[in-house]
Design a protein around this ligand. Structure first.
Ligand code: ADP
Ligand code: ADP
Length: 231
């Protein structure tokens, strides 16, 4: 599903060069539930931007579900991103004036899905994250945890190859964080590939595999021995 070989990312500002990633090799299979973690400055955000096809590596190979990301042009990169990745962000990124249902329908509108099917699939997705009774609520009428569940439904609804979540519990209290991890565990159990970037050690324990970054390189990669059950 994801194959990275020798990924380097160098940021140049004036004469100063920062090596944010120094040669990352990584394989992630379809259906895995993975956390990328590590201290501040270790390269997590840079890795997220490359995995999410928001930025390209300076060198190295990246194949995502058959697509050659490292060699893609800007237009191709956007197309790969739209087709293959469902994003979940720390700040939810929902449209404030529209309902949960409309927020979840939106990516299907861009993908050209007919109106009736959009509605049916959005309702299914909201039911699958436990919000079947909140579909007409606007973001400000929902709790943080509920808003993040709307964002997960929106990420899922286009059936992406991977769900990529960037600090998805960063704005949530402990109980809402656990609710959100329960939803990720559920969608993983339904066969989805889920990748979470987090600096929170407790959150890592709800996933199945943890990849630990330090100084722009993978320092550890291991299965979570007794994954915590959030349900
Ligand atoms: P993390 O998300 O783990 O905190 P980052 O990927 O944000 O790590 O940063 C990795 C390194 O790259 C840090 O040294 C950071 O200062 C540097 N860096 C990140 N983004 C940029 C940028 N746009 N320009 C220059 N340096 C950057
Ligand atoms: P703690 O030491 O409390 O576990 P850390 O921030 O060091 O907190 O670790 C966060 C997560 O990453 C934990 O699940 C830990 O087991 C894992 N981890 C820490 N260091 C490594 C490493 N070198 N290789 C693999 N996993 C690691």
């Amino acid at each position: 599903m994801i194959s990275l070989k020798g990924i380097k990312k160098i940021y140049s500002t004036g004469d100063i060069e920062v090596a944010a990633l120094r040669g990352v090799d990584l394989q992630i299979d379809a259906g895995e539930f993975v956390a990328i973690t590590g201290p501040s400055g270790s390269g997590k955000s840079t890795m997220m931007n490359i995995l999410g096809c928001l930025d390209r590596p300076t060198s190295g190979e990246y194949f995502l579900d058959g697509a050659d990301v490292a060699r893609a042009t800007g237009t191709q990169l956007a197309e790969i991103r739209n087709r293959k990745i469902g994003f979940v962000f720390q700040g939810f990124n929902l449209l404030p004036r529209t309902t949960a249902l409309e927020n979840v329908e939106l990516p299907m509108l861009y993908a050209g899905v007919p109106a009736k099917e959009r509605r049916e699939r959005a309702i299914d997705a909201l039911e699958s994250v436990g919000l079947g009774d909140r579909i007409h609520h606007r973001p400000k009428e929902l709790s943080g945890g509920q808003q993040q569940r709307v964002a997960i439904a929106r990420a899922l609804v286009t059936k992406p190859a991977i769900i990529l979540a960037d600090e998805p519990t960063g704005n949530l209290d402990t109980k809402s964080s656990i609710d959100v991890m329960a939803i990720f565990q559920k969608i993983h159990s339904e066969g989805n590939t889920v990748l979470i970037i987090t600096h929170e050690p407790e959150i890592v324990q709800y996933t199945r595999r943890v990849i630990y970054f330090r100084d722009g390189a993978v320092e550890g990669d291991k299965l979570v021995e007794n994954p915590r059950n959030a349900a």
